[in-house]
Design a protein. Structure first.
Length: 282
């Protein structure tokens, strides 16, 4: 058995932000100014040196902002004019399988002292989020899901269902573990999460008719939803109008982390094997 702690940066890959060209959910569209950090803890069970099973809990944040885009006259200019942003907490639990392929090349698999072991990890997870956007009028950060910015749940848009703030993900990645001694180890790891939602940043498809907000909401809430749904201008001067592209529904959101893990072996068998111990007398 092993337990430990995790810390590291987190990077969001979704509709908001990005770099030159069409938006993707790969590292190409990572914006370093949107880097956040996470902390976590884990427990792992290793039935053999070749394989392990890890339960991990992490807490951090996600962030994206169209203002981080550096316009170069291409597709990214359309996203920059959109002028949207978001931030959200991130709480996740993951169950991972770790594979250590190089153990078969080791002379003594049980000797861990000062040893490097690369590994691959894959599993399943569940995470919770709650996107907030900055009100262009007041500067305050407001929850976006209740505003139904893309018509989610309105009868005028029957195919746009309200999204859940708790979703599944598929974490996968690689890492390398270094054993400081027989009890303590440190790992460097990168884990990418494939998700099944396009609404981590509350942006997915096309702009709706803002009149719908005033049909189903009180005036103050409708005005707020109208401002948050379309930040490409004010009133009749908006660049984007109903039916125009707001996001890409064909690419679900994703995120990845770089993890620094400090682990320690539980139970008997840890610590240095000290050859200078005094012999036991019978």
């Amino acid at each position: 058995m092993e337990a430990g702690f995790t810390i590291g940066p987190t990077f969001f890959l979704g509709d908001l932000g990005g770099n030159a060209g069409k938006g993707t959910k790969f590292i190409k569209d990572n914006n370093f100014p949107a880097t956040t950090f996470h902390v976590g803890a884990y427990a792992a069970f290793y039935p053999s040196e070749f394989i392990g099973f890890r339960l991990a809990l992490n807490y951090g944040a996600l962030e994206g902002d169209d203002q981080y885009i550096k316009g170069k006259g291409g597709w990214e200019e359309h996203r920059k004019v959109r002028n949207s942003n978001f931030k959200s907490h991130l709480a996740e639990a993951m169950l991972l399988t770790e594979i250590y392929p190089t153990v078969f090349l080791e002379y003594d698999r049980n000797d861990l002292y000062r040893k490097f072991r690369p590994y691959a990890a894959v599993g399943v997870g569940v995470f919770n989020f709650n996107p907030k956007g900055q009100d262009p009028l007041t500067g305050e950060w407001v929850e976006l899901k209740p505003l139904r910015t893309e018509g989610q749940g309105f009868p005028e848009y029957p195919t746009r269902k309200e999204y859940s703030l708790t979703q599944l993900n598929i974490p996968m990645g690689v890492g390398v573990k270094y054993f400081l001694n027989e009890r303590f180890n440190v790992s460097l790891e990168v884990l990418h999460r494939t998700t099944f939602t396009d609404y981590i940043d509350d942006v997915s498809t096309r702009y709706i008719n803002p009149a719908v907000f005033y049909t189903h909401m009180d005036p103050a809430t409708a005005q707020l939803a109208d401002r948050m749904a379309n930040k490409s201008g004010t009133g009749l001067s908006r660049t984007y109008t109903p039916g125009m592209i707001r996001g890409n529904p064909n690419n679900n959101d994703a995120y990845f982390t770089f993890n620094v893990k400090l682990g320690f072996k539980l139970g008997a068998g840890g610590g240095f094997r000290n050859s200078t111990d005094c012999p036991i007398r019978f």
